[in-house]
Design a protein around this ligand. Structure first.
Ligand SMILES: [Zn+2]
Length: 146
């Protein structure tokens, strides 16, 4: 007789749908999904309906490179209310190689590499587990060894 018990396999779910292209596994590169203005070429993350630079509505969806450079950062040593990140961690601003500047975080084990000019890769990382046991995934910056 076949068992009704199916193996429960934790599912990976993005923190927010449509934020980045979800890789098959954790720690793989995560390309952010944004858009670019067809009129002036400015790129945006998250996507916009109208261009903030020229007000054009001619936007096209793009997938940005997952690599970039830290242009500023700050270390967080105390847990802010409702934060799921465990301190210490870094809030970093990353200028993507082919796109806009985005804000993300660097987890505890990587903050020794938090410095201006550091090359980083945005990767899918475990943020927390939700009530259904799914692994909630967000993108975080990881140092690229030079
Ligand atoms: Zn524009």
């Amino acid at each position: 007789m076949a068992s009704d018990v199916t193996e429960i396999k934790p599912r990976m779910v993005p923190l927010r749908e449509g934020m980045f292209r979800m890789p098959d596994r954790l720690d793989m590169p995560a390309a952010l999904l944004g858009d670019r203005c067809r009129n002036c070429g400015e790129s945006f993350f998250p996507p916009r309906v109208f261009c903030a630079a020229c007000s054009s509505g001619e936007m096209e969806a793009v997938e940005f490179a997952s690599t970039g450079e830290i242009d500023t950062f700050t270390i967080v040593r105390q847990q802010p209310p409702n934060s799921v990140m465990v301190p210490p961690y870094a809030i970093v601003r990353v200028r993507l190689d082919d796109g806009p500047t985005v804000q993300t975080v660097m987890a505890t084990e990587d903050i020794g590499s938090a410095r201006i000019g550091q090359q980083v890769q945005l990767a899918a990382r475990r943020l927390m587990e939700d009530e259904s046991g799914n692994i909630v995934v967000s993108f975080m910056a990881r140092p690229i060894p030079s």
